[in-house]
Structure formats: structure tokens, C-alpha cells
Ligand binder design. Sequence first.
Ligand SMILES: [Zn+2]
Length: 246
Amino acid sequence: MKYFDTHTHYDWAEFDEDRKLLLKKLENTIIVNIGVNGSSNIETIKYTNEYKNVYACLGLHPMNVSTMEDLNNIKEIMNDKVVAIGETGIDYKFPNIELQKEYFIKHINLANDLNLPIVIHCRKAHEEVYNILINNPVNKKGIMHCYSGNLEYAKKFLKLGFYFGFDGPVTRDNKYDEIIKFLPLDKIIVETDAPLMPPFPLDENSRCDSSSLKYIIKKIAKVKNMDIDIVTNQIFLNSKRVYNIK
Ligand SMILES: [Zn+2]
């Protein structure tokens, strides 16, 4: 089967020991690595040159907005394997909410400038994120990464044309089931957010990588009561579609 990990952080220190070996092992999985600040963006670009299967999404993570980095730096390092802008958005776990909002809008403007979709990180801020998207539409839409909102907001973001990324937590908690059931299969994608959030049956405190995508897909197929091969294939096609990869 074909696998596509739409959200990873292989530049993080957790992979320093065995990154090369691991990415070699994953050469048949398409991977989007998400840069979270200037140096992480540069590292991500490096992987796109080194590995045929690795694509890039560049931005300044909500946890890093206090650095006040200039997003125009992204334009300087762009190549044709940059498929999205982000991750950006609002997360109440991190400080500087007003600055997070400001950077969210800056990312939207950059994405529209470059004609790219956006990857949205949203925690406990679905109303704020929704309002910003209403007032600042993203032409190429994008992904609600690691979707953690309720059904009501799922309907709203779906109406805006967004895709929904599901991660390890859906394998550990049934609270996502009604949303997975509701969403059309062609709007669902999967992501490991490696090294974070390993899916069941992996140890919750272990490091995860793209090889565990299959557990997330298995849970989605089960909730949707659909054949796992059909679900795997459709999710692969969705991932290519949202990132415009031929
Ligand atoms: Zn992430």
C-alpha cells in the first residue's frame, strides 16, 4: 500500500541518532516535514534535496512566535518541493496569543502570495481560528492539523474547504469517532506528527515515526466501517491532492 505522512518533524533532536537510517527505511512513504522556525525551515529544505520522498512545509510554529522572525526569509529559501505554509495558528498552551494571531494572518498572506495551502495548528482556539479564516480566506485552503475541535466546528471548517488531519490520539480515545464518522473520507488525511503522539499499540511515551501511520488508518477504517485498503488508498490520494503533488 501507499502511505503519505502529511505532518512530521524529522529535524528535531529526537532523530539525531538515526535520522539517515530511518528516512532511508521510509523511502517508500511520502513525507512532509514541517519547519517550526528559521533554522528548522533550512534543515527541512536540506532534506527535500537529500530525499526524493520528502517535501517541505515552512513556517513559524505558534510556540515560537516570540522570536518575531521575519516570514519573508521563507521566500529566500523556497524550492519547488515546498508544498505548504505553516504550521501556524493559535494554541492556548503557549503564550503571546495576540502575537500568535498576528503571525497566523501573516502566514495566510504568505500562503496566498505563494499560492500554497496552509497547515493550521489549533488548540482550544477554534472560534478564533475560524473567525480569522473567515476574514482572511486562504485561496488554496489547507489542513486542520491534528484536529481536536468538536463536531460543530468540524462542519464549519469542512464548509471552508479544509482537510482534517488525524494522529495517534484517535487510536487511544473514542471521542474522535463521531467526527471521523461525519467527515467525508475524501477530506481525511493522516499524520504522525513524529516524534510526538505514538498511536496505539505503541508505548505512549515512545518516539513515533511514519511507519506507525498504519495504526491510525486502521482506526479510521474501523470507525467508518470500510475496507482498510480502500481507506488507505483514498487517504493517500487526499494527501497528494491537498498538497498538490502529482
Ligand atoms: Zn507539528
